[in-house]
Write a protein that binds this ligand. Structure first.
Ligand code: SF4
Length: 89
């Protein structure tokens, strides 16, 4: 299973920052106290994002999955290359 894109559901995110603790290269907390994805172009977003746009040279699927599993509200949604949701399921 390879993760291709991911989204943060801002309505669900409570800013617990577990995701940041697990994978600080990918996640950070924005001014509204919600998680966002750190992008290569220096911006950040909670919208569905291809992993190649993330500000890391190579994304570790296992760590990404651990970050998603660490979220107490399951606000991090992972998809595979077919657009099929692989977490949470
Ligand atoms: S772990 Fe979940 S609730 Fe906490 S900041 Fe990350 S996405 Fe938001």
């Amino acid at each position: 299973m390879a993760i291709k894109t991911l989204t943060i559901d801002r309505d669900k995110c409570i800013g617990a920052a577990s995701c940041v603790a697990v994978y600080p290269d990918v996640f950070e907390i924005d001014a509204e106290g919600k998680a966002v994805l750190k992008l290569k172009d220096g911006s950040s977003t909670s919208a569905n994002t291809d992993i190649t746009a993330l500000d890391v040279s190579s994304v570790d699927d296992d760590t990404l999955m651990l970050a998603a599993q660490s979220c107490p509200t399951a606000a991090i949604i992972l998809y595979d290359e077919n657009g099929t949701q692989v977490y949470p399921i």
